[in-house]
Design a protein around this ligand. Structure first.
Ligand SMILES: Cc1cc2nc3c(=O)[nH]c(=O)nc-3n(C[C@H](O)[C@H](O)[C@H](O)COP(=O)(O)OP(=O)(O)OC[C@H]3O[C@@H](n4cnc5c(N)ncnc54)[C@H](O)[C@@H]3O)c2cc1C
Length: 511
């Protein structure tokens, strides 16, 4: 997995600051077009915003209220693409939207859903329908006053794994990936950039892309020495993970009296993911979920649920920071979720800000249009590592993956099908060699071969990388399991306190 030392000597075509989804997507696309690429990430790859999202590949039904048709259309079309190229870590997800007359009028919802169904071509994602919650399978999860609603579809994706898959592909195409390495200073001598890293080493590159997410404005200023990056508004969004609120597969979209909406999504088999909030903060490092946000999310869900949640049901919490582009006179909800590419004056450098997990691939294509206009787009039809299963003619990525998993489960009859499914929906095709070579010792509920894989192939260096980002096993194994994984990494065991609640703070070491 390691990159050859010679990579430090050459002048890279492209150096990307930030190994979140935007940096990773650009890196993959550029490497596939023959550019030599280096990615510098201060913390764990995908360790900041790109592992703290709601994990939806969605057009954003609510953005229609702000007439953001262009953004919604772009994102809706991307749902089909991502479901196809990353079938091992994504799936179509149904959403039930309960409705009562005092909320947004029904005609408005019908019109919005009609647009949502028809703004972009759909192959895998079904259309919306009106439902009677007294008869429908989802109704049982809801308090009896919720009798009417709609079901519509979007996609779900493992955000942190999407970052890793993109970077694996970049690496396999010759890219240099440097996690836990901070870009400190970049100087341009008229022809080449020299970038000084946190450990004192330097890298040279013809062009820099600043994809530092919530840090993009400060990296433009303090690393690149530029004042022409767009001003950012940093808005914290928090999630709680609770016991699963119902056994069905539907997610819920709950409208709130303050006009906001929250999602309640089936998560990691046994849990529900509930989010999100909006809270202005001054610096990305300041982000952490507050007790008020936890209460807000519990209350927001309890307005609808048949069996209300309590504090005791919360097993995990996390926050991320939306780097929104400042737009005069607009509130949080109206501020665009679209991205902006800013070419800095006088030097070959670009700052990328805003965007969504959903649109990372088109963002990367837009970047390439600017910096390598004669090269051809290729990522829309190229499955990501882990999702490269053989397809029958005309078969979708989702169907091919299901067929592959059924065959693998039949062929590996000695293993528990649930374990095969867990691995397959994490590392995809890398499950095959793992099972064939044997999984090795059980380390607190994970397997040695699995941990080895995350270290050798996915840049994991700490127990947290594995427990909360390469997998979400942190939710499934108790403190003794986590301590065993920590010990495997040579870390001293985390303090043996009670299992719940765990606060997973958004933090990037060294920033
Ligand atoms: C609460 C919340 C919910 C969301 N839900 C969704 C959703 O459901 N669907 C969707 O499509 N989008 C969603 N989004 C948006 C999406 O998560 C973001 O648009 C996306 O993750 C941004 O990725 P990024 O690569 O720009 O930033 P990041 O993932 O933050 O990556 C930037 C990286 O730059 C690194 N960095 C900073 N400074 C330096 C430096 N000096 N040197 C090296 N590295 C540096 C950081 O460590 C960081 O890892 C959500 C966002 C939030 C906050």
């Amino acid at each position: 997995m390691s990159n050859p030392p010679a990579s430090f000597d050459r002048v890279h075509d492209l150096l990307i600051i930030g190994g979140g989804i935007n940096g990773a997507g650009i890196a993959r696309d550029a490497a596939g077009r023959g550019l030599s690429v280096a990615v510098i990430e201060a913390g764990d790859l995908g360790g900041a915003t790109s592992s703290a999202s709601t994990k939806l590949i969605h057009g954003g039904l609510r953005y229609l209220e702000f007439y953001a048709f262009g953004l919604v259309r772009k994102a809706l079309a991307e749902r089909e693409v991502l479901l196809d190229i990353a079938p091992h870590i994504s799936w179509p997800q149904s959403f039930v939207l309960p409705h009562s007359p005092e909320q947004r009028p029904e005609w408005m919802l019908r019109a919005g859903l009609f647009l949502y169904d028809n703004l972009a071509r759909r192959k895998v994602v079904p259309g919306s329908e009106r439902i009677d919650l007294r008869q429908d399978r989802a109704g049982g999860a809801l308090a009896p006053q919720w009798t009417r609603g709609f079901r519509y579809w979007d996609g779900w994706i493992d955000d942190a794994r999407l970052v890793i898959a993109n970077l694996q592909d970049c690496r396999d195409r010759g890219g240099l990936i440097l996690p836990r390495t901070r870009a400190v200073r970049a100087e341009h001598d008229g022809s080449v950039w020299t970038v000084t890293l946190g450990d004192g080493r330097t890298l040279r590159a013809a062009r820099i892309i600043n994809a530092a997410g919530p840090w993009a404005e400060s990296v433009a200023r303090s690393v690149l020495g530029r004042n022409d990056a767009p001003a950012l508004r940093l808005v914290q969004g928090s999630h709680i993970v609770t016991r699963r609120v119902h056994l069905g597969r539907d997610a819920f979209m709950f409208q709130q009296p303050d006009g906001r909406i929250i999602f309640v999504i089936p998560y990691e088999r046994d849990f529900s993911l509930i989010g999100t909030t909006e809270r202005d903060i001054d610096a990305p490092e300041a982000a952490h979920i507050t007790e008020d946000e936890t209460d807000y999310l519990l209350n927001a869900a309890n307005r609808y649920l048949a069996r209300p949640l309590t504090r005791e049901d919360v097993v995990h919490r996390f926050s991320g920071v939306r780097p929104l582009i400042l737009e005069a006179g607009k509130g949080d909800r109206e501020t665009t979720r679209d991205y902006k590419l800013v070419e800095h004056t006088g030097v070959p450098a670009m700052t990328v800000v805003g965007g969504k997990i959903t649109t990372y691939r088109v963002l990367a294509e837009d970047v390439m249009k600017r910096i390598a206009p004669t090269s051809r787009p290729w990522t829309a039809t190229a499955p990501l590592p882990g999702g490269t299963v053989d397809r029958l003619s005309g078969e979708t990525g989702q169907d091919a993956f299901k067929r592959w998993l059924t065959n693998l489960t039949a062929a590996e009859g000695n293993y528990d099908p649930k374990l095969i499914k867990r691995l397959a929906m994490t590392v995809g095709t890398a499950t095959e060699p793992m099972l064939a070579n044997g999984l090795g010792a059980n380390i607190g509920g994970m397997f040695e071969a699995e941990l080895d894989h995350y270290v050798r192939n996915e840049w994991a260096t700490t127990a947290d990388d594995v427990l909360w980002r390469r997998t979400k096993m942190g939710l499934h194994i108790g403190n003794s399991g986590k301590a065993a994984v920590a010990a495997w990494f040579g870390e001293s065991a985390p303090p043996p306190v009670e299992d719940l609640p765990v606060t997973h703070r958004f933090a990037t070491p060294g920033l």
